[in-house]
Structures are given as C-alpha cells and as structure tokens.
Design a protein around this ligand. Structure first.
Ligand SMILES: Cc1ncc(COP(=O)(O)O)c(C=O)c1O
Length: 366
C-alpha cells in the first residue's frame, strides 16, 4: 500500500479509532488532577502538568507528520527554551545563526551566556565554520524575518554538533529537517499549524526517545505546559493545513512577483522567486516556499503609509494566519533590518483581490 500524501494525512492525523457514537475528534479534557490511587507514574493520567489526553492526540498528529516524537509546549519560545536548557551545560559551545528569531537570541543572551554557555553568533556564510567544534548548532531556514535559506543537509553533515532547526516559517508540510540530518526540530504552532491568529503553541520533534523523555521532564518541572483548549483548537485546525498552505504559498508567490517587478520596491526576498539567492537550496529541501515575503520600502514613512493604506493586509505581527498581515519590522528592534523593511505573511484571500490591494496601497503617495 502506498503511503498517503501529507495533505491527506493531516485530515485524520491524531484521531482515535472510530467508535460507534463517539466524535471524530474528542473534545478537550479539562482536568488538573485525575482520580488516582496507587502509583502515579503508571496511572493512565495523574496531574495535568504530567500529561493530558488532548496533548497526546495532537502530539501524535504533528509527530506523525515528521515520523518523529513531538513534545508539546505552551509556545514556540517555551519549546525553544526546552531544547536549549536540556542540551546545553556550562562550558558548552552554541553556534547560532545571527539572523534567527530575535526571541531565541534574546533568551540565549539573557540566560545562557551568564550561565557559562559560549555563544558563537554567525552570519550565513560563517555558520559552517562556527559550527566546527561546537556542541550545538542552531539554525532557522528560511529565517524570520530576513528569509535567508540555509542548506540544512550540508550544515548538519559538516559538524558533530547536535543540530537544531527552527522550522517555524516552513512547517512540517513544506520542510522535514529530521530527514536532512537535524537532531531536533522546533516549530511554533502559533503560525500556520494553528493558522487562525488565535493561540500560542509550540513543539519539538525528535527521533531520539531519550531526547523526547528529557524534554517531557523539562516540561513537567519548568511548567511550560499548553492549555487543553488551545491544543484542541490547534488540532481542530490541522485538517485544513495543506489547503490553507496551498493558497497562502500561491498568494505569497504572486505578491513577491508583483513587488519584484516594481522599481520603487527594493530587496524583495521570497525563496520561491528564481532570482532569490536562496532559491536553489530551497528548491532542493522544501516542498513549497512558504507564505512569508519581505521587502524594503525605503524608509519608515513610506512603509507606514503602505500599511495604513492596505485594506486586505492587516497591520499586525506574526505570520501563518488565514488573514494576510504585514508589519514594519524595525518597530520591534532586535533584527538587523532597515527602517522601511516589511515582513508580509500571505493569507488565503483570493489572489486577484490581494494583488489589487497591495498595488493600490503601494501607489498611495501621501
Ligand atoms: C522563527 C520563530 N521561532 C520561534 C518563534 C516563537 O514562537 P511563539 O511566538 O509561539 O513563542 C517565532 C515567533 O514569531 C518565530 O517566528
């Protein structure tokens, strides 16, 4: 029997075996303690911080998409912290992509360097050198917000370091870093996995059972646990992931083309554009190029004008939602971007409507 494609697998991922009179996806289980007598460690359920059937179903669903074990956390950052704190010790060397998500860099700076972890931040071309002799290599591809594309297989095979890939901008349907040699994959399910701009969630996937156990122990004692309702909502959104992605990737490509064809827009980055510096590597390691496009409108004033003028592009942070959103990234600080740099996340609106709106907003002169 041939294996179903990912767009088919998401539809029933993590659902229990059909049972007469039972729902397809059982509702969220709300319980802090469970009825329990005897050994709490062998009981089916004991206390919410130790486990929950709603998490277990979602973990089975998203882990299955990567043929891995997934350990769920309350946010992408909680998942990132779990990986970093379970694998780094005082004296460990961490080689990190300098353009990775600013929250992860800030966590490293605030809490790991002061505990004796040596951090080598490296720009794209220097990352392979920085990883030599390191204990952990951390990279993000495509990176947020600059959309640098790293050759995951080349980097992972060129080092003995444990390789962690933040796969948030691509997600498990567009890129499978464990197959390219990564040891851990971090995904913020806040983005396209849940896809409706209504919750925070994150998970780590790994094929090492002891690694997954260490992450679960961290979760239990650090307490970075997801709520059952958020988990259930994310599971509820999973069956439409492939459909949403298909439309969002098409929209992102159309917008990137429109932007690249204009001479009043600079620095358009989208890995799907054949002219993009990351295109060849992206073509090799991704099944689609994602929903995020970045570009430069030459200064804060024009960028703000564009955001204010657009009707179908909501001025908001984050990405991966059904709604097209964009923001002037320099408002936040923490990234090496210009004042006019925009990160846009394509949603699932009709392509022609979006293109007309983006074009009109770009043409507003004052
Ligand atoms: C690449 C990347 N990694 C991690 C995170 C953190 O995820 P969360 O906001 O779910 O904590 C984000 C959030 O924007 C992100 O873009």
């Amino acid at each position: 029997m041939t294996e179903d494609g990912p767009g088919t697998r998401v539809v029933r991922a993590g659902l229990p075996e059909p049972e007469q009179g039972e729902p397809f996806l059982p509702g969220p289980v709300f319980a802090a303690p469970y009825h329990l007598s005897g050994d709490p460690y062998t009981a089916p359920a004991s206390y919410l911080r130790y486990g929950n059937p709603t998490w277990a179903r979602y973990e089975e669903a998203v882990g299955g998409l990567e043929d891995a074990e997934a350990v769920l956390f309350s946010s992408g950052m909680a998942a990132a912290a779990a990986v970093l704190f379970t694998i780094l010790q005082p004296g460990s060397v961490l080689a990190m992509d300098a353009g990775c998500y600013h929250g992860v860099r800030a966590l490293t700076e605030a809490h790991l360097q002061s505990r004796g972890v040596k951090v080598r931040l490296a720009a794209p071309v220097g990352l392979a050198d920085a990883a030599r002799g390191a204990d952990v290599l951390w990279l993000e591809s495509p990176s947020n917000p600059e959309l640098e594309v790293y050759d995951i297989e080349a980097l992972a095979s060129g080092t003995d370091a444990l390789t962690v890939v933040d796969n948030t901008t691509a997600g498990p349907l567009l890129q499978r870093p464990l197959e390219l040699g990564a040891d851990y994959v971090l995904t913020s399910a806040t983005k396209q996995l849940s896809g409706h701009a209504d919750l925070l969630l994150g998970y780590v996937s790994t094929r090492g059972p002891e690694r997954a156990d260490a992450l679960r122990v961290w979760r239990r004692y650090a307490g970075a646990i997801p709520g059952p309702f958020e988990t259930w909502l994310a599971h509820r959104s999973l069956p439409t992931l492939a459909l949403r992605l298909e439309r969002a990737c098409d929209n992102a490509m159309a917008i990137a083309r429109l932007l690249a064809a204009r001479d009043d827009v600079d620095g358009v980055r989208y890995p799907g554009l054949p002219s993009d510096p990351g295109h060849e590597v992206a073509r090799k390691q991704m099944r689609g190029y994602g929903m995020v496009v970045s570009f430069d409108l030459g200064g804060a004033e024009r960028a703000e004008r564009f955001l204010a003028a657009a009707r179908l592009v909501t001025d908001a942070t984050s990405f991966g939602s059904v709604h097209t959103c964009a923001e002037r990234r320099a408002r936040w600080g923490g990234d090496a971007v210009t004042e006019g740099f925009i990160r846009l996340s394509a949603g699932v609106e009709e392509t022609a409507d979006l293109l007309a709106d983006v074009e009109r907003a770009l043409n507003v002169r004052h």
